[in-house]
Design a protein around this ligand. Structure first.
Ligand code: NDP
Length: 243
């Protein structure tokens, strides 16, 4: 923990899908900043040094139980929610099944809604809170083969902005962080020619690390970002500029 971190009061932070990828980097960044962190995961053992609760974001009862357990461990409400859990089921529009569309919306958009709704209860009582929704550059940029995913990620913008308008007066902010292409298991499966095509359009000329997303999430959740709400913050090396 840094000296700066020690001076601040630790917050209770819940990161959904914090067992791997971007979520894990976010969880580790909050731990390094001196906060109390709980991650959600669906199976297996938690990564070293982290506390986990089980949570299936497509199930409201599971979300409720995860928050209740987290609140017991924290001894108080969740003050920072990072809704990070997400999936892709890519295929072209004409081939996409209802199940492929619905399940991605249910996980990425409705899952974030369920977590934000549950988190808001404690935040309203405390008159303080940070809700950070992990979207994607493709939410506003669009992406062939990802109509379900892009729609789910665009929906997070309306979700965050409506929460901002509902709860802004209670010390609660809701923002969207929109990563570009990040080196994780999700992008490892992309074909090489598709990766090359993306790289050609990224002004930064490279993919990002999960840690580069995590540091922005931490800032948005900090006291210094108290006047930022309803914002879409890109972490995309310039890929989505102007969108
Ligand atoms: P990963 O595939 O590495 O991890 C996804 C996480 O979400 C896992 O922890 C997974 O849990 C969890 N999850 C998935 N479905 C559910 C569910 N129904 N209930 C609870 N948890 C669930 O993804 P990334 O780290 O790459 O991505 C994290 C977020 O960032 C996602 O929202 C993604 O859309 C977004 N993003 C990623 C980009 C990238 O380039 N990688 C770019 C832009 C946005 P489990 O381990 O149990 O499967």
């Amino acid at each position: 923990m840094t000296a700066e971190a020690q001076e601040k009061t630790p917050r209770n932070v819940l990161v959904t899908g914090g067992n791997r990828g971007i979520g894990l980097a976010i969880a580790r960044a909050f731990v390094a900043g001196g906060d109390n962190v709980i991650i959600t995961q669906r199976s297996g053992e938690p990564p070293e040094g982290l506390t986990a609760v089980r949570c299936e974001v497509t199930d409201s009862a599971s979300v409720d139980a995860a928050f209740t357990e987290a609140e017991q461990v924290f001894g108080g409400p969740v003050e920072v929610l990072v809704a990070n859990a997400g999936i892709t089921k890519d295929t072209l529009l004409m081939r996409m099944t209802d199940e492929e569309f619905d399940s991605v919306i249910d996980t990425n958009l409705a899952g974030s809604f369920r977590c934000a709704r549950r988190a808001a209860t404690g935040m309203i009582r405390k008159r303080r809170g940070r809700i950070v929704l992990i979207s994607s550059v493709v939410g506003l940029y669009g992406s062939p083969g990802q109509t379900n995913y892009a729609a789910s990620k665009a929906g997070l913008v309306g979700l965050a902005r409506s929460i901002s308008r509902e709860l802004g007066g209670r010390g609660i902010t809701a923002n969207v962080v929109a990563p570009g292409f990040i080196d994780t298991e999700m992008t490892a499966v992309l074909p090489d020619d598709q990766k090359k095509a993306y790289l050609a359009n990224i002004p930064a000329g490279r993919f990002a690390t999960p840690e580069e997303v995590a540091s922005v999430v931490r800032f948005v959740a900090s006291d210094d970002a108290a006047y930022i709400t309803g914002a879409v913050i890109p972490v995309d090396g310039g890929l989505g500029m102007g969108h």
